[in-house]
Design a protein around this ligand. Structure first.
Ligand code: 0A1
Ligand code: ZN
Length: 881
């Protein structure tokens, strides 16, 4: 485990290396306890660098064997080695030499899942961000591009399959039942994209013919016997390849594209060149075991990793500060792909919900950082919603500002200008400035300045003058180490909506530049005057979520209701309804705190019923609209002094009120939506299931609700419906005989399917209330649970601590004590996973004082532990700062 050294890496300290490694040869002699790695590096001294400059290579916990230069084994005095560094003190005078390094690894004992490790008897690697240095000493940084040739040797019976990046160029038999394979990747790549897989795996094969007529062999490798579960992933891969040709003109560049699914993986998946490695959760699916959400995730992540081939691999990052260069852009690309494959409006609503649920709290708490950070202690902790999701929103804003065509021209220029390079955010912005002739310097603050900007907006209508005025003021709240903020360029899409639901035409506008329905806010205050506006419009603002900002709008409730029912843009309609719900929930929360029974205006309740039954709206949209803001959403909007129990009561009261008033509409619709056809994973079918399952959640709160949910569970013919019913039973009827039986049936049926058991853990970890901690503790001892497997840990511990407000934030602090114990236990094996779990307390300062004190104690007790990993110390200290 890499313990904290206190070292801080700073963007301004970036310097190119003195040496380059144009070619890398690797030979692996695989064995679980003692794998021998022989690296043969072609090292080149840069022009102008003196021969006396030592060559310093990165390592991480390595055991060194031999070191040789140009065939000569070095004497111990010629180099200096620690597990974390190898220094060649006096390199040869020649500008180019060959450095051989032997290291020995024990993949079977690598529980951090970085570098070379074993997952269910399969050898696999994870090198991003700094895992390659756990395999051999190297200049392990993304601006060192090298051409790799990899030879893998292993016993045939243990590892019939030997894979690495690029194309296979040789294979054969060796003595004693061993065999070997050689792979060559012609594209220079950074070490973080290196990958190796060896083991016994089943293969699903297919092929794809590119735009220019080249045939690519496609392979998805899974645990033997699970091949039939890879069909959907393969289909998604082919659709992704086609889409990238059509939408971005990007063709695949190798003869082979392989994907391997492994069961122990710290993240979702990894874009290694020509050999993507996936968390099996994002590959394996059929309707019996996967939900519609799983199918959508598989499609998105397969696409994401594939799209990295151009945005990340062909053009990579100069340093890790530029992570958003590949991640924000690739998320933007996968969002667009999913929008094209499914319903664009529904996809956008889902994206915005995710952004608000994950990125907003990050930006508004102690872990806030710019999309392009300027410093880090542990880069693993910067694979965040800010870098990924806000990074994608920034790219989207560039497209909004430039228009789709100019944006595409900028992307074309980016690929042309930087192919084969390690680039920066400045390079990225420059291509858009060059194609558009615009100055994007103020806009680029989106990359450099942390925090969610807020817009305060009010309006006046002067009927006599036919003038409508918007008064807009921007502010960016202070964030850690950035107390003073600069003014941003915020593209605010808007519409002035008339009584017929359509946009009102205006004859002129002054006070800001307004183009194509977008107000460009650049100053602190703008008075935007629209002339020729006879009727008072309703303001529809931040349409399509054109900018990732919060709004404080003075808007009449009538207007909000009108927009929620009539806005001609589906997304905006959702936004208006969601705003109404949030406002109502916040006032209900206050009523609960005052000891009153919350009351709700009937027109909101009726509107919910109307939306549910509105056949002109897609079912998926209706499901999203009816899903009330989560407890965490409400807490975020309240901002401080959070009492999770009061939020829970307020939200439940509104759910019951909506259900009671709309019982007939809901139950009628619920019946009509019963699917009699064979299961199909497409978006329209999924939307109908989503709506029906949302209705079930409401109806389950009425009389006979537990029995209804139990019937839903028993008659389910797919995992979406079964898991939804189980969740309703557990969350709404915890402890009822129906729930006890359903949980037991589910467990018996899926005991040997870990990915399905994850749902079972997750549902039980989500049960609201102070009792859940006991169930969660008990479940850590369940035979299907393991602290060594990230998916299990996230399902049970991760869900409990980051998605169960009333359970985790139990008033007596018992949830936090469990959190401390578990985080420290996980850290011993897997510091990266522990650090991620620890972010569950990032919003501790918004809790009410008593809970706040207990949360602080918990964080302090982690901080005061000796020998913490760099990963965990970084998170905990920033959270407390
Ligand atoms: N680049 C991957 C994310 C990733 C990052 C780090 C990892 O190490 C454990 C693994 C994956 C992506 O964006 O999909
Ligand atoms: Zn990515």
């Amino acid at each position: 485990m890499r313990t904290d050294t206190g070292q801080v890496f700073k963007l301004e300290d970036y310097r190119p290396t003195d040496y380059l490694i144009p070619e890398t040869g690797l030979t692996f002699r695989l064995s679980p306890e003692a794998t021998r790695v022989t690296a043969v590096l072609t090292v080149e001294r840069r022009d102008g660098v003196a021969a006396s400059v030592p060559l310093v290579l990165d390592g991480d916990g390595l055991t060194l064997g031999r070191v040789a230069i140009d065939g000569q084994t070095l004497a111990p005095t010629d180099f200096f080695a620690t597990p974390d560094q190898l220094t060649i003190t006096t390199p040869p005078a020649a500008a180019r030499f060959q450095l051989l390094i032997e290291t020995e690894l024990a993949p079977a004992h690598n529980e951090a899942l970085m570098g070379l490790y074993r997952s269910s008897n399969v050898y696999c690697t994870q090198c991003e961000a700094e895992g390659f240095r756990r395999i051999t000493y190297f200049l392990d940084r993304p601006d060192i591009l090298s051409i790799y040739t990899v030879r893998i040797e292993a016993p045939h019976h243990e590892a019939p399959l030997l894979l690495s990046n690029g194309n296979p160029v040789g294979s054969g038999e060796l003595a004693d039942g061993w065999h070997y394979a050689v792979w060559h990747d012609p594209f220079p790549k950074p070490s973080y994209l290196f990958a190796l897989v060896a083991g016994a795996l089943g293969k699903v094969a297919d092929s794809f013919v590119t735009l220019s007529g080249r045939e690519v062999e496609l392979g998805i490798f899974v645990e033997p016997g699970k091949e039939r579960l890879a069909g959907y992933a393969m289909d998604a891969l082919k659709r992704s390849m086609k889409w990238d040709e059509e939408a971005f003109g990007r063709e695949y560049d190798l003869g082979v594209f392989n994907i391997v699914a492994v069961s122990d993986f710290n993240m979702g998946a990894m874009e290694n060149k020509g050999l993507n490695i996936f968390n099996d959760k994002y590959v394996l699916a059929d309707h019996e075991t996967a939900t519609d959400a799983d199918f959508a995730n598989i499609e998105a992540i397969i696409a994401h990793e594939y799209f990295h081939n151009w945005t990340g691999n062909r053009i990579t990052c100069r340093d890790w500060f530029q992570l958003c260069l590949k991640e924000g852009l690739t998320v933007f690309r996968d969002h667009e792909f999913s929008a094209d494959q499914r319903s664009r409006a529904v996809k956008r609503i889902a994206e915005v919900r995710t952004l608000k649920a994950h990125q907003f709290p990050e930006d508004q708490g102690p872990l806030a950082h710019p999309v392009r950070p300027r410093r880090y202690r542990e880069i693993n902790n910067f694979y965040t919603a800010t870098v990924y999701e806000k990074g994608s929103e920034v790219v989207r804003m560039i497209r909004t500002i430039l228009g789709a065509e100019t944006f595409r021209a900028g992307m074309d220029l980016y690929f042309e200008r930087h192919d084969g390079e390690a680039a920066t955010i400045e390079d990225f912005i420059k291509v858009f400035e060059d194609v558009s002739g615009r100055d994007l310097s103020q806009f680029s603050l989106w990359y450099h300045q942390a925090g969610t900007p807020n817009l305060t907006i009010s309006s006046t209508h002067n009927a006599a003058a036919q003038e409508f005025t918007l008064e807009i003021e921007q502010s960016v709240p202070p964030t850690p180490s950035e107390s003073r903020k600069r003014l941003m360029h915020i593209p605010l899409a808007f519409s002035l909506v008339g009584a017929d639901g359509k946009a009102i035409e205006y004859s002129g506008v002054e006070g800001a530049s307004v183009e194509d329905g977008v107000i460009h806010i650049r100053k602190r205050r703008h008075m935007v005057r629209f002339s020729g506006v006879a009727e008072r419009p309703a303001m529809s603002l931040n349409r399509g979520f054109s900018a990732p900002v919060t709004l404080s709008v003075e808007q009449r409730a009538d207007d909000q209701f009108f927009l929620a029912g009539h806005d001609n843009d589906t997304f905006s309609r959702w936004q208006a309804f969601n705003t109404l719900l949030t406002e109502v929930l916040i006032s209900a929360f206050r009523q609960v705190l005052d000891g009153r029974q919350p009351g709700f205006a009937s027109r909101l309740i009726e509107l919910a019923g109307k939306i549910a039954g509105d056949e002109t709206l897609e079912p998926a949209y209706r499901a999203l609209a009816l899903a009330l803001p989560s407890e965490a959403d409400i807490a975020r909007d309240i901002g401080k002094n959070i009492d999770p129990d009061a939020i829970f009561s307020a939200r439940e009261a509104l759910t019951v009120a909506i259900a009671e008033a709309n019982r007939e509409i809901f139950s009628d619709l619920y019946d009509r939506l019963t699917d009699k056809d064979e299961f199909r994973p497409d978006a329209a079918s999924a939307g109908r299931r989503a709506l029906r399952n949302t209705l079930l959640d409401y109806l389950s709160l009425l009389q006979g609700g537990a029995a209804l949910a139990a019937r839903h569970f028993q008659s389910a013919t797919n995992m979406t419906d079964r898991a939804a019913a189980l969740s309703v039973l557990a969350l709404r009827h915890n402890g009822s005989p129906e729930t006890v039986k359903a949980l037991a049936d589910f467990e018996a049926k899926y005991a040997t399917d870990p990915l399905v058991m994850d749902k079972w853990f997750q549902i039980q970890a989500s049960v609201p209330g102070p009792q859940t901690i006991h169930a969660v503790r008990a479940l850590t001892g369940h035979p299907a649970f393991s602290m060594a497997n990230p998916n299990r840990v996230r399902s049970l511990v991760g869900t409990f601590s980051s998605a169960n407000q009333t359970g985790f934030h139990r008033a007596d602090g018992e949830g936090y004590r469990f959190f401390v114990e578990t985080v420290l236990q996980v850290e011993k094996r897997n510091p990266q996973l522990a650090a991620r779990l620890a972010t569950a307390l990032r919003s501790w300062r918004s809790l009410e004082p008593a809970r706040q004190g207990k949360a602080r104690e918990a964080l302090l007790s982690i901080a005061n532990t000796e020998n913490l990993s760099a990963d965990l110390r970084d998170i905990v200290e920033r959270t407390l700062a």
